[in-house]
Every structure is written in C-alpha cells, then in structure tokens.
Ligand binder design. Structure first.
Ligand code: GDP
Ligand code: IMO
Ligand code: MG
Length: 427
C-alpha cells in the first residue's frame, strides 16, 4: 500500500500544487478528493508556469492517471477550458478520469453564488464565486446531479428539468435574477456530454485496486484546514473537508491505506476572502510580504491578506489531520526582515490558549502571543542543503518542527519544481 496525502495547513495557497507536482513525478495516480475550481494550484517547471483548478497537479506526468474523485464538484465547462489551455501548450490530457459519483457544478450554482454574495452585503463570505457552496448544498439536500446521470440522457434531462424549476423560482423570487432556459441548457450539456462520458469511471474501485496492487497513489487536497467546513473559521470557510478525513470521505479509500500525510505550511500566513486572521499585518510589512511573495489569488487574482506565521493554526492542522510530515514553502520570501515573530498562543480575555475557539466573537478578541526570531539577509533561493542556510533561518525552521512535534520533509526556497532542501526521503 502506498497512499500519500498532501493537504493545506493554513488558509490555502500554501504551495500544495508545487509539492504535488514534485511528488507526482514519481507516482502512478494523482487524485483530487474535494473542492472544485475554487482551487488554484501553481506548478512551475523551468520557465513554464501552469495553474490548475480542477485537474490534479500531477497532470504534467503523463504516466500518472489523474483522477477527479467522488468528493469533487465539477464544472464541466471550466474543466474543458482547462484541458484546452493545456493541450494548446502541447500537453495531451488523455490521462484524466472523473468519478461517476462526482457532482456536476451547474451554471445556476455559479449564478446563485454571485447572487447570494451580493445580497449578503457586508456579511458576505468572500467566496471565489465559482458556485462551490450552492453545489455542495444541493448535494446534501439530495437534489444534485451526478456524473453518472450524464450517461443516461433521459435521466439527466429529467433531473435538470426538476432542478431548474426550483432554481429559477429561487433566482427570480428571492434574488430578482434572470431565470435559465431549460432547452438552452440542455443543448449546452448535449455537447459536453459527448466529451465527458468517455472520461467517467468508477474511481473508487480504480483507486482501491491500484493501492491493493502496490501502486503509489497521491491524494491532492485543495483549500486547507482553516477553511474546513467543520474545523475552520465557520462560516468563513469552504463547503467541503480539505482534510485527511476528507480523502476517505471523498474517494472511498479507507484511512488504513494512507501511509503518509504531508501538510504544506507557508513560512508566513495568508488568507483570501473574509474571516478572522489573528496575525494579519495591516501595515507596510504586510504589503511587503504580499509583494515579495506575489500574494495574489491564483483563481481570482484578489490580493491575499498577509501576516506572520501562526503556529497555533498549523498545530491544529497537525492534530486534525494526523500529519506525518510537514513541507515548508516560501521560506525565501522571509529574507530581509530584521525580526520574524511567530505566533505560539492566543490571549483571549486575559487567558492564554493554544487552541482555536469555535465562536468567532471570541476568536476576534484573540491577540497573538509572539516568539520573536532574528531574521537573515542572504538570498536562500539557490540553497539545497540545510546546513548551508543562514543560522537564523535554521533556527526558525527547526522551531516549526519543535512546536508542532512533526518532522519537515522538505523546505521549498523558490517556486520552481526542483528548488527544495530535501530533509526526508519523499517517495
Ligand atoms: P496552492 O493553492 O497551495 O497550490 O498554492 P498557490 O499556487 O495558490 O500559491 C502558492 C504560490 O507560491 C504560487 O505562486 C507558487 O508558484 C509559489 N511558491 C510555491 N513555493 C514557493 C517557494 O518556496 N518560494 C516562492 N517564492 N514561491 C513559492
Ligand atoms: P487553494 O486550493 C485560498 C476561500 C475563499 C473564501 C472561502 C469560501 O488554491 O488553496 P468558496 O469559493 O470555496 O466557497 O470560498 O474559501 N478559498 C480559498 N482560499 N485558497 C483556496 O484554494 C481557496 N478556495 C476557497 O477565498 O474565503
Ligand atoms: Mg491556491
């Protein structure tokens, strides 16, 4: 058995795409298990930068089967756009498969996401407006349409007609929006269906058989622990479980088949959208982190909020995910700061906590308790051995292991695939 998992430990955009691409060069299968095209995963090989939204970040390895798992919500129009972009660059995408159980993310989900965010006004979540919440809502109210439904045109049309009747009423009566035309949507899906049906498989069977045969399967998380529907800063979260538990739920693979669980940690913190962020820097330092780190959303282009590393957040991810390894990214971005504060606890109403309160009212009162490290000035992006790092960088990195009680398997020092200090054998 060789099940590997890569998940985010903060608020997303930790560099999961880079780590999955790196590991993906050596695996037989890469599987997305939750989320949808709210994800934006960047892969850099040489001068070529690729941003993936729905396709697994192992896509550059033509020998790895790339599977969009049962727990993913799939906008087929976005999927084909992504495939076309890659194929125009010369990468054939005939190694992509989609689970028959994955839910279709429909045009009305995207529209409802926009309408709901607009109506919420100052209470908006700050979603990516890709229809993720409305699609998962339909899944759980049991009115969704799944990939397997596309195989039988009559079944699909019946489900679409029923869904549209409800959705149009909601769109028009609640939000004053414009209804969708059934015949027009049917035509759009007729074309999509021809292309997508040959890609649909029983992914759960395929993945389990691969693992049972000793193949290496890599599960790629989107979003991150703090955006988890159960353990994140609810309601400022996404609508799925981007955790190791989400792998089991979103693929039908048992936890006993997962050997190694790697959490990606950005060397500082970022967040996109609304919601609490204890170590946020609303000053020049925050702006300089944004500029040096290129912290602009890979999906929406929105500027990311920036702040110091919050190890309370990372530790919670270690616990909830049972992480065996951490992969530290963007360490190079910290070059040039005189002092590097790291949050090791919160102070709330005069008491110290190393856990995250459920109530956002309490969390809003949290003040960071910092342990302050001395910075370094050297460019570290060319370094490949830990001992060659400036001593202060070594201390900063080792403290992350010490605080979380988890070993680092790699330290990434630039976006490029091979720009890493490898600390532990990967695959
Ligand atoms: P993901 O959503 O977790 O896959 O992360 P994103 O791709 O949204 O954002 C991470 C960004 O950081 C991308 O632009 C990566 O190319 C970049 N990146 C990844 N690792 C490093 C690193 O070690 N140093 C620097 N400077 N950039 C990195
Ligand atoms: P990757 O996989 C960062 C955030 C949105 C918003 C909240 C809900 O690239 O790390 P949604 O569209 O999911 O309903 O939005 O979650 N969000 C992300 N932030 N990285 C992501 O993905 C994200 N996917 C969603 O900004 O706050
Ligand atoms: Mg991203």
């Amino acid at each position: 058995m060789a099940g590997y998992v890569v998940v985010g430990t903060q608020w997303g955009d930790e560099g999961k795409g880079k780590v999955v691409d790196l590991l993906g060069t050596n695996v037989n299968m890469v599987v997305r298990f939750q989320g949808g095209n709210n994800a934006g995963h960047t892969v850099v090989v040489g001068n070529e930068k690729t941003i993936l939204h729905l396709l697994p970040s192992g896509i550059l390895n033509r020998d790895a089967l790339c599977v969009i798992g049962p727990g993913v919500v799939v906008n087929p129009f976005v999927l084909f756009q992504e495939i076309e972009t890659l194929e125009a660059k010369g990468l054939k995408c005939d190694h992509v498969r989609i689970s028959d159980r994955a839910h279709l993310l429909m045009p009305y989900h995207v529209y409802l996401d926009e309408l709901q965010e607009a109506k919420a006004g100052k209470n908006k979540i700050g979603t990516t407006k890709n229809g993720i919440g409305p699609c998962y809502a339909d899944k759980y109210t049991r009115t969704g349409i799944r990939m397997c439904d596309l195989r039988d045109w009559d079944v699909f049309c019946e489900k679409l007609e029923t869904a549209l009747a409800f959705k149009n009423e909601e769109i028009v009566k609640i939000y004053g929006g414009k209804p969708f035309d059934y015949e027009e949507m049917k035509e759009k899906f007729k074309a999509v269906r021809e292309r997508i049906v040959p890609m649909i498989i029983d992914a759960t069977d395929k993945i389990n058989k691969a693992l049972d045969a000793g193949k290496v399967v890599l599960f790629e998380g989107a979003q991150a622990n703090m955006l988890d529907i159960n353990y994140g800063t609810y309601p400022y979260v996404t609508s799925s479980s981007p955790t190791v538990a989400g792998v089991c739920e979103g693929t039908g693979v048992a936890y006993s088949k997962l050997d190694r669980t790697i959490g990606v940690v950005k060397a500082y913190s970022t967040r996109v959208g609304e919601g609490p962020f204890v170590t946020e820097l609303l000053n020049e330092t925050g702006e300089s982190l944004r500029e040096k780190g290129g912290e602009y959303g890979a999906t929406t282009g929105r500027p990311r909020r920036c702040g110091w590393l919050d190890l309370v957040v990372v530790k919670q991810a270690v616990t909830i995910n049972g992480l065996t390894d951490l992969a530290l990214t963007k360490t190079d971005v910290l070059t040039g700061y005189e002092k590097l504060p790291v949050c090791v606890a919160y102070e709330i109403d005069g008491k110290t906590y190393e856990t995250i309160p459920a109530s956002l009212k309490d969390y809003a009162k949290a003040k960071p308790v910092y342990k302050v490290f001395d910075g370094w000035t050297e460019d570290i992006s060319g370094i490949r051995n830990f001992e060659d790092l400036p001593e202060n960088a070594q201390k900063y990195i080792r403290f992350i292991e010490e605080y979380t009680g988890t070993d680092l398997c790699l330290v990434s020092v630039s976006p490029e695939r091979d720009a890493n200090i490898i600390l532990k054998e990967l695959i």
